[in-house]
Ligand binder design. Sequence first.
Ligand code: MN
Length: 201
Amino acid sequence: MPLEEYNKKRDFTQTAEPEGKTEKSAGKLRFVVQRHAASRLHYDFRLEMDGVLKSWAIPKGPSLNPADKRLAMMVEDHPFAYRTFEGTIPAGNYGAGEVEIWDEGTYEPLEKVKGKTDDFIMQQELQKESLKFVLHGKKLQGEFALVKIKNASEGNPWLLIKHKDHFATDHYDAEENTAPDSKVTAYLGTKKKVNPPPPHP
Ligand code: MN
């Protein structure tokens, strides 16, 4: 069952996150990156495919520097409706904390196949555990690769890598590219005040 794991992890009487249903965009494939302050700050990278959002949690966030190979842990599929979700996940719930949209847009496979839809091509690449795509976001643009790390001992780790193209830069820090009025940054600030670090020995 698609989205069964997503629904099982969440109590929709408690959280404002959307309930899991499969749904497709009418036009081009969509992607979203959500900045999420949970037990740890991370960026959730989500690609629309087969009526859901295939999802990876990236601790350091995406980069436009081809030298950065960003660890991306594949997590459960999220519903397509999740692409517009922002706000607070209440304490005691899965992923409790603050979520904001960091980037969004459309994407397409780098290599087109005549007679096949973009969605079909991406699903095939996912099965082969090696995706090559072009992002058309506000922050993330150009060619990227997402490849599974073979023989990993734990979890489902992948690497998100920027290809060398004219959108590539030699320095990029996602944290330097957040909105000045970011609610996630504000949330991180309150957490530090509530839970001060232990005194230095
Ligand atoms: Mn998350």
